[in-house]
Design a protein around this ligand. Sequence first.
Ligand SMILES: CC(C)NC(=O)[C@H](Cc1c[nH]c2ccccc12)NC(=O)[C@H](CCCC/N=C(/NCCC(=O)O)S[C@H]1O[C@H](COP(=O)(O)OP(=O)(O)OC[C@H]2O[C@@H](n3cnc4c(N)ncnc43)[C@H](O)[C@@H]2O)[C@@H](O)[C@H]1O)NC(=O)OCc1ccccc1
Length: 230
Amino acid sequence: MPRHVVVLTGAGISAESGLGTFRDAGGLWANHRIEDVATPEGFIKNPQLVHYFYNQRRAELQRVAPNAAHHALVDLEAELEVGMGGGLTLITQNVDDLHERAGSRSVLHMHGELLKARCEACAAVFPWHRDLGSEDVCIACGHSSLRPRIVWFGEVPFHLDAIDAAMARADLFISIGTSGSVYPAAGLVRLARTLGVRTVELNLEPSENHDFFDESHQGPAATIVPAFIA
Ligand SMILES: CC(C)NC(=O)[C@H](Cc1c[nH]c2ccccc12)NC(=O)[C@H](CCCC/N=C(/NCCC(=O)O)S[C@H]1O[C@H](COP(=O)(O)OP(=O)(O)OC[C@H]2O[C@@H](n3cnc4c(N)ncnc43)[C@H](O)[C@@H]2O)[C@@H](O)[C@H]1O)NC(=O)OCc1ccccc1
């Protein structure tokens, strides 16, 4: 029975909660060009468009709730800690707070969080639950240079050291609801293999890294994640 489990989640785990994924039909990238809304260059060129993109998603987030897949990971966290004296490291590419709302206690948001803002003048980070705009002022330094605390393309993801440390002690790596198309997140399954860690894919369809998994189960996350964890 594995004791130290690393789970990586992507947009697919939040799909059944009603949040759009990126690459699926009608997904986020169907209506917006990545370079316009998810790059530092796009933010300099058109901050209103970028704020509009994230304000839409922040408002939508407050209308949805975690699903059975999020809740199953809370049970796994407790089981590993209490039962096995081990632990769960939950790494997510998602910027939503559905893992925390389900009850997950330690979540590594490697691509940031929608409900936080960061000041580009003094680097202060604080919770932000309403629309964000260029006129908004940083409560720490008074400058109006706030941006969503999100990792854009070309920017270094968060928590890379904690992620490497968790992978180094893992005995099971589970990937849930991700297409495996964005790096360095998509490279974690290969790192797991080089470390001799067992790898499992839980996804609606085979991901771009399907061949790197020892075991793969296809289906909707809210069904297959509780089934796999039970
Ligand atoms: C497009 C891609 C090729 N480009 C990259 O990967 C780039 C460049 C790059 C770096 N290394 C490379 C190597 C090779 C090639 C390119 C690169 N990477 C970067 O720029 C990264 C930064 C990338 C982060 C960008 N920000 C995001 N998000 C925040 C914004 C926002 O949210 O708006 S990425 C964003 O897109 C990705 C979307 O992927 P998924 O979540 O998987 O969603 P998707 O829609 O694609 O797939 C959904 C899946 O779910 C499944 N599904 C659907 N419904 C269900 C269901 N119901 N149940 C189960 N599964 C389901 C579907 O079948 C599908 O498989 C996520 O990562 C998400 O966070 N930064 C960096 O590399 O810095 C340097 C560095 C790196 C390391 C160390 C030092 C320096």
